[in-house]
Design a binder for this molecule. Sequence first.
Ligand SMILES: Nc1ncnc2c1ncn2[C@@H]1O[C@H](COP(=O)(O)OP(=O)(O)OP(=O)(O)O)[C@@H](O)[C@H]1O
Length: 988
Amino acid sequence: MSIQELVLRQRTEILHALCSSGSAEHLERVLDILLSQGGLIFEDYQNIQVPGRALYTNARQLLDLVYIKGVDTCALFYGALQQVLPEEQRAGFSFSGCGSNPEEKKEEHQSTCTESLLTQRPSLVSKLQGCIEDALKALVISGHFTSADCDEVRLPIHTPSQQARCLLNHVRSKGESAAKVVLQYIQEKQESGSPLNQDSWTPPKEVLKYQKKLSSSVSAQSCFLSTYGGTSHMSLDDIYTEGQLELPDNCDDVHGPLGLKDIVGTAGTVNEEADTVLVSGDAGGGKSTLLQRLHLLWARGTALQDFLLLFPFSCRKLNSEQQELSVQELLFQHCCWPDREQEEIFQFILDHPQLILFTFDGLDELKQGFSDEHRLCCPTQRAPVHILLFNLIQGSLMKGVRKVVTSRPEAVSPVLKKNLRKEILLQGFTPSGIECFVRKHHRDPTVAANVLESLRTNTALLGLCHSPVLCWIVSQCHKELLGCGEGSPQTITDVFLMILQHFFQHQSSQSTMGSGWLHEHLNTVLHLGQLAFEGIETSCYIFSGTALETCGVTDTDICMGFLIQSRDLSSTLSQRFEFLHVIMQCFFAALHIVLSKNTDRSTIPKLFETQNMTGLRSSTCFGVCLPSADQQEQALKGEATSAKTPNLQITATFVSGLLSQRHRSLWLHCCPSAVMEKRVKQVVRCLSKGMQKHFKSIPQPVEGEKKSMHAMPGFVWLIKCIYEMQESRIAKDAMSKLEVDHLKLTYCNIGPVECTALAYVLQHLRNPVGLQLDNNSVGDVGVEQLLPCMPICNSLYLRNNNITDEGIRKLLAKGLQCDSFRKIALFNNKLTDACTQHFSHLLKTKQDFLSLRLGNNNITEEGAKQLAEGLKYNHSLQYLGLWGNKIGDAGAEALASALENTTSLVWLSLVGNGVGSAGACALANIIKNSTSLEELWLTENCITKSGVECLMQALEHNTRMKSVWLINNGLSLEEVEELTQRESRLIF
Ligand SMILES: Nc1ncnc2c1ncn2[C@@H]1O[C@H](COP(=O)(O)OP(=O)(O)OP(=O)(O)O)[C@@H](O)[C@H]1O
């Protein structure tokens, strides 16, 4: 009998010997040997070892292939069995002359490293098992493996030998030089005599010394928070509160909240080839503080430990670099100077990009807007710093070095987006974050409790506190806050006036009553205002002593605490200053515009006009104040103005707030009232004109469609300015001309603060509208802020907004009293069964409610039962969507019984709810009896043929039903075919 025949005859026994233990190890070792001896080629191996396929199937595939390949391969196969199987099993599979000497084969296959990986595979698998991590490190350092490659190898379902095989397979796909790294690594291990399972790679000594110096300077720079510099020292450890990190809505590959580690992790990656991670968030939202935290944790060795060197940059500081620099100079001069061996250290950085992390804070503050026009690839070539920065971000310079960049969202251009690995949104504090921050800020629990209580009674202020910088001010000014009773702050201008007063009164020997405090410090306000204004118009946020002098800023002014000394990793001899926070600079710039005698007449119109055009990329706002050469340069740069747009918008918002009726008494003795009146009129006119422009942009509706307005950039900002003015006359005027049926504000970065302003303004609309706020960050506090405009909303769309049951409780309590309120959509929020009783009550009470969509929340059987209670008594609901919840068959049964005789429901979706056949049979009763239902969606519900039969029988009695959707249920192809033929309204 030939050996080929033997393979056939012993097929069952061989399969048993290879697979009966349930472990794949025997089969995999046989494959290793066959690969090493040329019995199989790698493509054969891939055809046999199909991931996820049953072990027996793989083994059968091997036997088929061995048989087809012929006698030689069969002989090698029997030889491999002899090597792999336990002694007691071997005897059954002996065949004289089988198996050639593997060493001989090795001689034949020495030409390339990739081939050696195959010929030496059995021994490599055994050698690598104890030192997978080291081998991975070598591959990462050499640039062949990414962290995703490593993760795949490390998968916990792999045994050590499978990890080794997976590593070898990956290496093969990376090519010859990767194979060389592994072989060299194994060889060096053996030559050094060190056991293969010990970590041995350490960076050169000079690099380690440099790392130590860098990390100690990063640590020193990041352990205190700068906002407290002017008043008191607060260590970051004592005050740091987790902010809310989110991925943009379209990528939902992560469940649960993101943490700091996810910033450089794989979550949310959209472009594997790019190296830059963007953290975007509003002014004062905590981006710089978050980076500072990352820096500190890295320097302490508790985070980002995959990176040996971390280079932190501040775009604000890079603005003042006048020289052209090379990357080497940029790193060493701006971050940390190596005491020795600069060339060696820089070469190490170039050779090991995976071990290096750059952070660039405040890209929006860079004078030049991001552009990819000037390409630079050579790390030793000098160039203006912004060009270096852009090329680093794009990866044309220092490819492979990871970069984390922060920016305000308004300044993120499409060109920048194109170069991003991923984006993470920093959404400020959550409600529990606010509480945590206040408690950290006030060690005295009674004070903390009082501050929190005053926030609870003033939800507009609570909304503002989602912004960490405002939360800081509110905590800092707790005495003023607790003493102000009725006049408690409502707007961001109120909050900043509070801190202004707080700082002045802390510096004064006696506290001045009434509005006298401002008059007393008017000179300081004007000096700092001038400095701030000039800085905002030229994107300058750091000021030299000379700049201070030019604006008349004195030592007394500095002592007030609004300016702090600029910190820098690179040592500079002259002192430089910056405002406590850039929003503070905007506030002083606004004070200058409002109070200065020298404010040009065109300043206010230009400030508002520019912001209102399209938001970004418009001509420079304060162009008139710049020398004409600068104007030309700005115009040429085009995007340069976009970077400062957010600060101009904030300044304009403050101008509106400062000129509001409520604050005018403050300025009585500071500025002639006629001038003040004129400025107020200018602002009101600008806001009204801005709104008009938006309204004019609304297209006429197509016949039969509703008139709908999509918010243009700048719309929300205009609304916020109107809110700052706190004059309902202005809000009313602005809104009286808006005639739309539907207002769409999706993806507009709307948080609680914006909700407050929206509600304030929209309540003056003449006719009810549909308000669509999908994909924002409204949250429960935002929902509460929206309540005043509920009477004007006939439908409310709040998809993807972090809303919980508590928010719904308040929303529905108000909704019950609103006659127009008929529809609500809340997909993708955080709702559970706890909110369904409120919906149930709403359904019972409001007999004109039309549409309820609660898809993709966490509603279970219990919630469905609660809803059913309400549905029993409701005769108006037409649309009910519970797609993507977990109501199960019992939930479906409860709904079915409540809706059995519905005369209103037209559309019901229970997609993806685990309804099963039992649920389907119950739902069939609605089809049987209802006189209204037209569409039933039961896609992805594990319904089998028996369930579909029930639905079909019910359809026989119903001619009104248009379709029953049953895609992706537990039906075979044949069943689907048969059922479709029997009933065409079933859609599979
Ligand atoms: N996570 C945090 N924990 C505690 N305080 C914070 C946190 N984040 C921000 N703050 C406070 O808010 C202030 C403003 O934050 P930060 O400067 O980090 O905001 P930003 O987003 O960088 O603002 P901008 O875009 O205007 O530069 C900080 O100085 C600090 O007082």
